[in-house]
Design a protein around this ligand. Sequence first.
Ligand code: CUA
Length: 306
Amino acid sequence: MILMNWETNNIHIIRELFVYFLVVATIILGLVIFFTIFYGWKYRRRPNAETPTQDHGSKRFEILMIGIAFTITSVFFVLTVNGMNQIQNIPDNPIPDIIITGHMWWWEAEYRTDSIITANEIHIPANKKVLVQFNSDDVIHSWWIPKLGRKMDLVPGYDNYMWLQADEGEYWGTCSEFCGAQHALMRIHIIADSEDDFKIWKSSQLKPPPATQNPLFETGKRLFQEKTCISCHSVNIHDKEPVIGPNLAHFASRKYFLSNIELNTTENLYAWIKNPPAVKPNTQMPFLALTDKEVNALVYYIKTLR
Ligand code: CUA
């Protein structure tokens, strides 16, 4: 029921309100269609047809119709405001669990209590209310995962808040406010983990990536510094800066990259680093004229960051 307490999942409130609207609107539509056809048929053209009596309307009928329309609108107004209050039940001094920042064109996620900084693949604990703070680093973006309810704008210099709650599973969404050339390729990917899986994910993010003996690793690591990758991407999970590009601390653990557009495979990564603007026009990542060997080493290095 819509008069449910606010512990209820937001998506259920929205869904329920939608069903009420749908039922009432369908009944009204049905009545309109029925009467249109019925009177069209009753007073159809035929020999000796009965002509409808002409009059100047009925006051009582008009009052009745206005009254019904007013009542329906009022009931829905109250239900909507009630639903909105329950959904947007944000405390006065909100302390978010996750801070999501929009960038052209990727999503940054900061898990406040563990100060984990990650990007694009956003894990949340399933069946729990998670308070998310939204803001933007550049232009207005809009967060929208249809299966998880409402949209929320990410506005530079202004914090918006929203409760996020999901059953276990994966959810997809997209940026829904035009934000430049790659707006359509700003996919949102939420993974709602069971309590155990979420713990496992978190602890794996907090651990340093496993060491490796391969000489390509050392070369890649060196190139990452020398070729200035490091001035846009951090490889430390706690680093808030630089935020020009996503934090790559556990990049290899993510299934997708490029704002969840491409599978995180060696081939895709190779093509991307070799010539970023060819893969994602207008991207901030420059063409660095790297040799094949250099790209290989960089891909190897980044792939160890799991
Ligand atoms: Cu970000 Cu559209």
